[in-house]
Design a protein around this ligand. Structure first.
Ligand code: AMP
Length: 395
């Protein structure tokens, strides 16, 4: 088990914390969604309560190694101060004199936020010298940015090497490890995975890894079309990755019937919110039409499988959920997960589109865990080691 924030002595310590404050801002540099800041508050408050000084560092947007004011974290510092009701010192640079002076001036009970790490190209290059400069700003190190934990950057991986014996996860990463890690290492069974999204090519490694762990894998979204083609169905104008049809056949053979596919679909005569639609069995897609959602029989089949599971992990929408006409399958799966949660099933939503869908359905508080990292949760489900996590100390 990875050490967590509760395993470290934080009293009178400068606690260097990698947070994810990569929040959306409008043209006036007003934060339009502060979820990521709010989610980091428990870790920050714990450090304050223990008598430490949180020294927070994050990236924002893609300044590509250059100082660009529109990517400054200054508005985040102001907002954080309002949320916490305590002084947040903003260091106008993440290294060098502005950083060291600001950190030295902060007292226990106050917070420091460093300027955007990605104003330096060295951050994403995991430059050892840059990581060492960051390391001088703290006595202990906490990583609480799951969304970047799959990247070996200076603030996620390089810097941790300077804190042997004093590096742990914050509450957010600890929760990701508890839920996603728990499902992968020791799931309560039956364990069902639900995979969707546009392309099978993006999910091959997840399917391969989960075939050896899960009891069933439900496949929806555009990726189900490539499997349907592999089963010999004509898919009309549906999104099909023709170069992946043979691989889909192989996976079906290897899967020992663990893979469960849609039996019907909502089809449309154009990729358009106002297209004509109809519901057909999966093997009856006419020429000129395309599959844009799973149909009601598939929803019932998937909901039944979810209801019979003790652990469910979901990554990827069942259809083009951005358009009302094709969001029913995705929202029905979200509802099935919420229902299963009420009877004790552990329900885990991978980040990205599935997290957006569960939020849109108004059900994000009715599942066990919504991951804070799309790419990171996908790599975790692929069975990969996340560099920003494996570098932390074991308990
Ligand atoms: P991904 O980026 O692979 O996670 O896939 C998410 C995208 O898949 C969403 O934008 C959906 O609109 C899209 N999608 C889901 N089902 C289909 C489908 N049947 N045909 C085309 N796109 C789809």
């Amino acid at each position: 088990m990875i050490k967590t924030i509760t395993d470290l002595d934080l009293h009178n310590k400068r606690v260097l914390v990698r947070v994810d404050f990569n929040v959306p801002l409008d043209d006036n540099r007003t934060i339009t969604d502060d979820t990521r800041i709010v989610e980091s508050l428990p870790t920050i408050k714990k450090i304050i309560a223990d008598g430490g000084i949180p020294i927070l560092m994050s990236h924002l947007g893609r300044p590509k190694g250059e100082r660009k004011e529109k990517y400054s974290l200054a508005p985040v510092a102001a907002h954080l101060q309002t949320l916490l009701g305590i002084t947040v010192h903003f260091a106008t640079d993440c290294i060098g004199e502005p950083a060291t002076t600001t950190v030295a001036a902060a007292k226990p009970g106050e917070v420091v936020l460093l300027e955007n790490l990605r104003f330096y190209a060295e951050e994403e290059k995991n430059d050892a010298g840059f990581a060492e400069q960051l390391s001088h700003l703290g006595d202990v190190y906490i990583n609480d940015a799951f969304g970047t934990a799959h990247r070996a950057h200076a603030s996620t991986e390089g810097v941790a090497k300077f804190f042997v014996g004093n590096r742990a996860s914050g509450y957010l990463i600890a929760k990701e490890l508890e839920y996603i890690g728990g499902a992968l290492q020791n799931p309560q069974r039956p364990f069902t995975a639900i995979l969707g999204g546009s392309k099978v090519s993006d999910k091959i490694e997840v399917i391969s890894n989960l075939l050896s762990i899960a009891d069933a894998i439900l496949i929806g979204g555009g990726m189900a079309n490539t499997f349907a083609k592999a089963m010999g169905y004509e898919m009309g104008d549906s999104l099909v990755e023709t170069d992946k049809v043979d691989l889909a056949k192989e996976l079906i053979t290897k899967s020992e019937n663990k893979l469960i596919f849609p039996v019907d679909a909502v089809i449309a005569d154009a990729f358009d919110a106002n297209a004509n639609t109809q519901i057909v069995d999966m093997n009856k897609v006419p020429t000129g039409w395309r599959v844009l959602d799973i149909g009601p029989k598939s929803v019932a089949l998937f909901a039944q499988q979810i209801a019979n599971s003790k652990t469910v992990v979901w990554n990827g929408p069942m259809g083009v959920f951005e358009m009302d006409a094709f969001n029913k399958g995705t929202f029905a799966v979200a509802q099935a997960l919420a229902n299963a949660t009420t009877t004790g099933t552990i329900t885990i939503i991978g980040g990205g589109d599935s997290a957006a869908a569960i939020a849109q359905a108004g059900l994000k508080d009715q599942v066990s865990h919504v991951s804070t990292g799309g790419g990171a949760s996908l790599e975790y489900l692929e069975g990969k080691q996340l560099p920003g996590i494996v570098v932390l100390d074991e308990q």
